[in-house]
Design a protein around this ligand. Structure first.
Ligand code: FE2
Ligand code: FE2
Length: 169
């Protein structure tokens, strides 16, 4: 028996439903990143997160453009996956006793979020292509590339940050 659930009858409906969940994800990330920036110590990490916060605001704007065009309004659907990943990151921030370990933990948490986003945007771009929505596919591809880049930058920073964490008493 179904109570409050969306009926997804076709790929277009699944696509729009998932975009609404992504909109919620990106919005939650814009709210979580300032705390991660504040709690990180490594200047390179702080800068990378600041840059990605700006990019993330752009991701919200792109999704709003797509949803506005497709359905005439922006409805967000609570993204539980990202909410859980953000909570994981907040727990690490609370539990880490040294700055170096906290930095390593923030990178780990942030990369989990980037990988979630990479998976989601890869799928959404593919759906858009199959649905013949070329312009939307291009917008989703732009965001996908920014997520991949953010992840690569974090991997680079983790090199020295993880070594510092290993040395932390
Ligand atoms: Fe994003
Ligand atoms: Fe991201």
């Amino acid at each position: 028996m179904k109570f409050v659930s969306a009926n997804l009858e076709n790929l277009k409906e699944l696509y729009l439903d998932q975009l609404q969940h992504l909109h919620s994800a990106e919005t939650q990330i814009t709210e979580a990143l300032p705390k991660m920036i504040d709690k990180s110590t490594d200047p390179q990490l702080k800068q990378a997160l600041r840059t990605h916060l700006q990019e993330t605001q752009g991701h919200v704007a792109r999704l709003e453009r797509i949803l506005q065009h497709a359905v005439g309004r922006v409805d967000s659907k609570k993204n539980k996956g990202i909410a859980a990943l953000i909570t994981e990151g907040e727990d690490i921030i609370t539990d880490a006793n040294s700055e170096a370990v906290r930095d390593a933990g923030i990178i780990a948490a942030a990369q989990k979020v980037e990988h979630y986003e990479m998976a989601a945007y890869g799928t959404m771009r593919n759906f858009a292509e199959i649905l013949g929505l070329t312009q939307e596919a291009d917008l989703l591809e732009q965001t996908l590339e920014e997520e991949k880049h953010a992840d690569a930058v974090l991997t680079q920073i983790s090199d020295s940050a993880n070594t510092r964490a290993e040395k932390a008493a």
